[in-house]
Design a protein around this ligand. Sequence first.
Ligand code: TYM
Length: 347
Amino acid sequence: MSVLKERVFSGVQPTGNLHLGNYLGAISRFVALQERFECIYCVVDMHAITVPQDPEALTRQIREVAAAFIASGVDPKNHIIFNQSQVAEHAELAWVLNCVARMGWMNRMTQFKEKASKDRENASLGLYAYPTLMAADILVYRANAVPVGEDQKQHLELTRDIAQKFNNDFASSIARNGFGDTFFPLPEPLIQGTSTRVMSLRDGTKKMSKSDPSDYSRINLTDDADAIAQKVRKAKTDPEPIPETVEELANRPEAENLVGIFATLADKPREAVLAEFAGNQFSVFKSALVDIVVAKLGPIGAEMQRLVADPAYIDSVLVDGSDRARVIARQTMDAVKDIVGFVRART
Ligand code: TYM
């Protein structure tokens, strides 16, 4: 077995309202990957400003995401936690990748279409270029694997296309500079587990989202037990009891979502959850769901509160993580400059 660990990279935007979907689809997966991989987890503050942000709130939210990583169990000593804007190489590589990515590819990005919606003329250029910055985040560490929720799949496919095109366009220079036949590995999306797409508690056909105007649509990581209980009790369901088989959850999006959340938190297959609750009304199931959500998120929320009360500690984690990330990113950027043909100082 190789002693070299493969590298994992992922990012979360500090745009407020971190929720159960972020936790189950991404952050809890980050924790699980630490044993097998060298992990780099980033608070992507430069992505956040692609839409307007209040500066004071942004600062608070950057620390809050870092606190969520730590409170969930990411180890900032053995792995790296940092915020994107402290490592300038992300923006530097993004520029080169802007010159590799094709307009046709960018025009297909559904997240831009959703976020810019009808007011496209007024969307920022940064929002349009968002996916090339995301590709730079991953490729600047030449990461092999990227744990994300289902909604990020298209961005990861684009990242692979950009990496492939760079490898092809510069093939002879890559070889001449001693990097063999490929420079960037094609990163694997890790979209795994039973909650890759957690849905809104108000509408089982819509993704649980930070930007949903209704706070009842999501469970925030900082919600207390009362808020969690209220939101779960008010969650939309249908009049049928809990079914016996997973097949019977089809066309019952709210039931399917709640059963999926329970299964992931209990670390059981959905079949086992159905076996336990089949025939029961939702009121019974919801009480058990409140208990398990409170048991899992309660300690994380409490630890987050404790950590954000000590901003000096969080900032020291982010500075230390950035210093270590920059060493890796600088090496990639120097190599990219040589491959592209830029002139640079050599030390
Ligand atoms: P963001 O900040 O929107 O979400 C962070 C992570 O949470 C996942 N997620 C969900 N998973 C399941 N169910 C949901 N309802 C749900 N909502 C969000 C997201 O898939 C994501 O994994 N573009 C990224 C941030 C980013 C990034 C990167 C990710 C920037 N650079 C490089 C990976 C690698 C984003 O907006 O995530």
